[in-house]
Design a protein around this ligand. Structure first.
Ligand code: SF4
Length: 366
């Protein structure tokens, strides 16, 4: 199925020899001013600082999805990754165009589940039990998977509303299939009182998902094997080291981290939860944050009265978010100015229908 109408990623990029970084920023500002209300820029928290400085609205997936649904501008430039721009397109009005500055800005977690695998797994799982299974997808997935959950009475969730959405699913069915992030699924279900032994991991790379029909029959929750390579990089050894070095430091992590890391940390929650918790903490408090490095560095700059460091000594950077560079943003701006927008994300109408059903369900529940 062709999801994209206007993928012009093959157009030549603006090189360093054509324009310096400073010139890129200057031209971005000039075009931004010229285009005025015609254009709104949305920026995810994990974007680099120069990109965030051009964002009219920053936020996590849920906040940006809500924002996209309210906008009236002709163009929405989405500085984030592919699935986010797709979501914005689904929620935008028919006369609006959503643009992703770099078509290669994907999400490795979203790529860990595709529609063929999910259809196959669904068939396999349903053949093992007669009980009602509700499919829930994390918003970090392609439109085709959102379509799948919409078509099968499921819903979408983000890390901000995962508890509410999963509780809704448990109230409406006997079992749950959660994809693509096993960690968010496991951490949230555990918080809701489901013991680990009632959850299994379905790995599409293994025959029959690596589980027996008996295991499927007995599981309350079937977790897809996917994960975020950025958040899975945090370890319990890092938490122990921080606590050993300074027991007064509070460790706060994202629920895409492993179960062991979340259990070892003092607090866990979505990107917005992390930001608000650190923001509202008293001056002088100390934080080790287990999430993407651009956000951690920005928090440290925003709240210099607190000591904010990354939980990891390594740079936990989301390489795909980092693909959106100011010069690619400039190409998007220039194309809008020419009236020939490039990298327009346009989800197929058939896919949109069921996806929207699942998205609207999420927005209603959260
Ligand atoms: S941080 Fe992880 S989940 Fe988020 S966009 Fe990057 S790879 Fe995907």
């Amino acid at each position: 199925m062709n999801i994209y109408e206007n993928d012009q990623d093959h157009l030549p990029k603006i090189t360093e020899s054509e324009l310096s970084d400073e010139q890129v920023l200057e031209e971005l500002q000039a075009i931004r001013k010229e285009l005025g209300d015609k254009l709104v820029v949305l920026g995810h928290h994990y974007q680099q600082d120069d990109i965030v400085s051009f964002a009219d609205h920053t936020g996590d997936s849920l906040q940006l999805a809500r924002e996209a649904a309210k906008l009236d501008s002709e163009y929405i430039v989405f500085c984030g990754v592919h699935f986010m721009a797709e979501t914005a397109d689904m929620l935008s009005k028919p006369n609006q165009k959503v643009i992703l500055p770099d078509m290669n800005a994907g999400c490795t977690m979203a790529d860990m589940a595709n529609r063929v695998e999910i259809d196959r797994a669904w068939k396999n799982i349903q053949a093992s039990t007669d009980e009602k299974i509700i499919p829930i997808t994390y918003i970090n997935c392609s439109a085709l998977l959102k379509d799948f959950v919409g078509a099968n009475d499921g819903a979408i969730c983000t890390s901000s509303n995962a508890k509410k959405v999963i509780q809704w699913a448990l109230d409406n069915g006997e079992r749950l299939l959660f994809f693509p992030d096993q960690h968010l699924g496991r951490n949230t279900c555990f918080d809701l009182g489901i013991p680990l032994e009632d959850m299994i991991v379905y790995n599409p790379n293994l025959k029959h998902g690596g589980v027996t029909p008996e295991q499927i029959k007995n599981a309350k929750v079937i977790l897809w094997y996917g994960y975020c390579s950025v958040h899975q990089g945090f370890t319990t050894a890092q938490v122990e080291q921080i606590k050993k070095d300074d027991p007064d430091t509070t460790v706060i992590v994202h629920p895409e981290c492993s179960f062991e890391v979340v259990q070892a940390a003092d607090m866990d929650g979505s990107t917005s939860f992390i930001i608000n918790t650190v923001k509202n903490a008293p001056a002088g408090s100390k934080w080790a944050v287990g999430t993407e490095i651009n956000l951690v560095n920005r928090l440290a700059q925003m709240f210099p009265d607190k000591k904010i460091t990354s939980l990891s000594p390594y740079q936990c950077l989301c390489a795909t978010m980092y693909r959106v560079r100011p010069r690619w943003l400039l190409e998007s701006f220039r194309s809008i100015k020419r009236g020939e927008p490039i990298n327009v994300i346009s989800v197929d109408e058939d896919v949109k229908k069921n996806s929207l059903k699942a998205l609207e369900r999420m927005l209603k529940i959260s």
